[in-house]
Each structure stands twice: as C-alpha cells, then as structure tokens.
Design a protein around this ligand. Structure first.
Ligand code: C5P
Length: 222
C-alpha cells in the first residue's frame, strides 16, 4: 500500500457509537467500538489525505497521521461537528453507528423506580447526517456503512439510493464479525457495481476500502 491514492484530498471520517442521555447517569447507546472507523481514518491518512476524525464515545487512541480529532457524544453533536468540518472536504466517510432515536427530553435528575409500574420513554428521531449532507447542493463524495443482520444487499442498495450516497460498505453483523470484533467482511456497492472485500483484520480491510473509494472518487469526481 505504497500509493498515496488520496494525496491532496480532504477526508472527514465519523466513527464510533453515539450516546443519547436519558438522565444524568443513563443513556441509550449501541455496540459500535469505533475500530472500523478509526482504521479507515488511519488508512486515509496513510493514503495521503488530510483527515478529520469525528469520534463518538470510544476508548481508542487517535490514529497516526490523523490531522484533527473532534470528540462528540450524541447524534446531534456529531451532526453539528460533521456539518461544520465537512465544508471544503472532498470525501465524507460515515462509519459511525449514529443512534436513530434520542429521548425527547433529558431528565434533570436521576429517574426513580415507579413501584412496579412500567416506565415509558418517549423517543424523537435523530437527523440523518449522511442524508442531510446529500441534500446540500454542493457536498463531498459520500460513503456510508450499513451494518445488517439480514438481507444485507437489498438493505444496503436501498440505503445507497434513499440517502443519496456514492458508495456504501455493507457488513453482516454477527458470527464473529462486525461490532466489538477485530475482523470484518465488507461488500461495497455503488450505483453500477459492487466489490467483495473478504473477511480480514479491520486495518487490512480499511486499506482496501480506501483504495476502492479513491478509484471510484476519481472516476466520478476526478
Ligand atoms: O440507516 P442506517 O443507520 O443503517 O445507515 C447507516 C449509515 O448512515 C452509516 O453510514 C451511518 O453513519 C449513517 N447515518 C447517519 N446519520 C444517522 C443514521 C445513520 O449519517 N442519523
């Protein structure tokens, strides 16, 4: 991987989960470790890009070569940070597992048990970061991720279209792959093609992914 296939390009990567606070001590989160997104950020930097990494709550060191890291907690914070740094970027890779919903309100004090009664949490839908970028007149080349437990290809192709993405990296979650694991396997889809990146360490996979993104970027934007 000697080729600096992203030399001179600005790349923004989002990674990790989001935490949506319920009260001062509780939140709704997900099982994303941030490893895939951090590996992608590192691979993009190795490929010569100027990388900004927007990270949800993870315990990972900033990868070598990453120019700037912004730590956020909630989907709303991630949305704001990405919107700000993406101006002037050439490629946005949304590898974060953004929470789809957040509690309607964050309780000021710790919620108490209700003496055996059910507790109902009202949730509001979070903005879709990728889709909101795609809706802007001028936006970077957009790459999304789709972590699915079933119907991987049809869900991924649907997301590619619906969110207005240039490429989507789909992985099957489960069976020792996906969240909280060292390995992953990805199928990449774009409007008129696809590529299989078989099971490998996330760092290896990230380099292959960056190579593919660079070629497709050059084909449609170069
Ligand atoms: O719809 P789903 O969450 O499966 O889509 C996954 C892709 O969309 C990921 O690239 C993720 O980062 C992005 N996404 C987003 N904003 C959201 C939800 C997902 O950018 N609110």
């Amino acid at each position: 991987f000697g080729d600096r296939v992203l030399a001179g390009l600005k790349v923004v990567v989002s990674a990790g989960p989001t935490y949506e606070d319920i009260d001062p001590v509780r939140f709704i989160g997900n099982r994303s470790s941030g490893k895939m997104g951090f590996a992608v950020a590192e691979a993009a930097a190795q490929a010569g890009a100027q990388v900004t990494l927007v990270a949800g709550p993870v315990s990972l060191a900033t990868p070598q070569g990453v120019a700037k890291r912004i730590d956020v907690r909630s989907a709303a914070q991630m949305h704001a940070a990405v919107t700000e740094v993406v101006a002037g970027a050439d490629i946005y890779i949304g590898a974060a597992a953004v929470g789809d919903y957040r509690p309607n309100a964050v309780a000021e004090h710790k919620l108490k048990k209700q003496n055996g009664l059910d507790l109902t949490l009202q949730l509001a839908e979070n903005p879709d970061i990728l889709a909101s970028l795609a809706a802007q007149q001028s936006h970077p080349f957009l790459v999304g991720f789709a972590a699915e437990t079933q119907n991987v290809e049809s869900y991924a192709r649907d997301k590619l279209q619906r969110k207005g993405l240039d490429m989507i990296a789909a992985n099957q979650v489960g069976g020792g792959l996906g969240f909280e694991t060292a390995d992953n396997a990805i199928t990449l889809y774009w409007a008129d093609g696809s590529a299989e990146l078989p099971r490998a360490d996330k760092a290896v996979l990230a380099r292959q992914l960056i190579d593919r993104i660079a070629s497709r970027y050059k084909a449609v934007r170069g």
